[in-house]
Design a protein around this ligand. Structure first.
Ligand code: NAG
Ligand code: NAG
Ligand code: NAG
Ligand code: NAG
Length: 347
């Protein structure tokens, strides 16, 4: 049994109950903390509908805290399957709230993590946010919870992490479901210029409700009408930028942007051995770097209506669906259409 004693003093800070899970294997283990947590965690006081638990672990020579929710399956429908839902870069685990509710009602246990750097998780400043690291962190959490077989569902950045998870841990993945994932094209190869991390930081640190809403409306809900129901997801982010961790969060976003730009998943899709399901919105025009690219480059980027089918054709065992008229977040824009496809795909 390996336990990191450094967690002892550290856990006292939050006065949580620590449950230690012993695991063998190469991945870092940590402790799961259940019980009371402060409403404001690492700059996010957005109310989460289920208890927030903390996974405390250690890598890259530092102590990390990953916040997550663990929603039990509805007893009468329990199918002994677990779904882990990975959020996008401008979202949090809680953005999957309604999907989690549906999955739980259908008999799935649902794990909703906030990635390291995001939302209610810690925001290390000297950290490599490469996609493999984020996938490994999710794997460490699942290991600590004693979960081995999972259905992995990832949206946007979370879709990139999910695909990477499928490449790294094929034997742990029962089904891999990608929802408008990033990385279906190599932005840099298409001409996106390098933007220094400090310049990205300067553009991030001034984010507020107005700038975030404008970006999401243009990129995520292209050709659609903004609905008041989307406001809450923008406020959730704007509050982090405006809060105690605003500057740290902005810097994390610039490190993450740098990592994502240099790690498009497209070249590795042919290596996926997992049963993979890809869904995209026909009107999704999201692309990293579009905002600082010359117009001729920007015009080439983010055509999910073409990128989606091309990516699906590269995946050895894949099923593809394109939502007509929807954008980057079909589960928010037309939940019923999204659930129809999702539940038809789940075994
Ligand atoms: C789930 O697991 C429980 C306990 O092992 C078992 O009784 C039940 O039959 C299983 N349900 C399904 C659908 O496999
Ligand atoms: C949000 O940020 C933009 C750009 O920095 C600024 O012009 C605007 O006044 C800000 N809005 C609010 C409500 O703070
Ligand atoms: C959707 O946007 C495209 C530009 O990306 C435009 O050509 C098209 O006419 C729009 N469609 C609708 C229905 O607004
Ligand atoms: C795709 O995956 C399913 C489920 O694992 C399997 O039954 C099927 O044989 C696979 N098809 C191909 C072409 O590999």
């Amino acid at each position: 049994m390996r336990v990191f004693s450094v967690f002892t003093a550290w856990s006292a800070i939050l006065s949580c109950i620590a449950v230690v899970y012993a695991q063998s294997g190469p991945d870092p283990i940590g402790t799961i903390h259940e019980g009371h947590v402060p409403a404001d965690l690492y700059g996010s006081d957005y109310p989460y509908p289920w208890p927030v638990k903390l996974f405390k672990f250690y890598n890259q020579r530092q102590k990390l805290t990953m916040a997550f929710m663990d929603i039990p399956a509805k007893k009468s429908h329990q199918n002994n399957k677990t779904a882990v839902l990975l959020h996008g870069g401008n979202f949090c685990g809680v953005t999957w709230f309604d999907t989690a509710r549906h999955l739980s009602a259908a008999g799935y246990r649902v794990i909703l993590p906030d990635d390291i750097g995001f939302c209610k998780s810690s925001k290390p400043q000297g950290y490599s946010y490469n996609v493999q690291q984020q996938a490994l962190n999710i794997h460490s959490l699942l290991n600590a919870l004693g979960i081995d077989g999972v259905i992995v569902i990832g949206h946007s950045m979370g879709g990139m992490i999910a695909a990477r998870y499928g490449l790294m841990y094929p034997n742990n993945v029962q089904q891999l479901i990608l929802v408008d994932p990033l990385g279906l094209e190599d932005w840099v190869a298409k001409g996106v210029p390098y933007l220094p991390i400090d310049a990205t930081y300067e553009s991030q640190v001034v984010q507020n409700f107005t700038t975030l809403q404008a970006y999401e409306e243009a990129s995520y809900f292209h050709n659609a009408t903004w609905k008041p129901a989307y406001d809450t997801w923008v406020e959730m982010l704007a509050d982090i930028y405006a809060g105690n961790y605003g500057s740290e969060y902005a810097y994390v976003m610039s490190l993450v942007t740098d990592a994502l730009l240099s790690q498009p998943i497209i070249y590795h899709l042919p290596l996926l051995q997992t049963r993979t399901y890809l869904m995209v919105g026909e009107n999704d025009i999201t692309a990293l770097g579009k905002a600082w690219s010359p117009p001729d480059v920007a015009a080439k980027l983010g055509h999910y209506n073409k990128l989606g089918p091309a990516a699906a054709a590269m995946i050895p065992n894949s099923t593809f669906h394109m939502f007509p008229g929807l954008g980057h977040a079909p589960f928010l824009q037309d939940p019923e259409a999204f659930y129809d496809v999702l539940f038809a795909w789940l075994d």
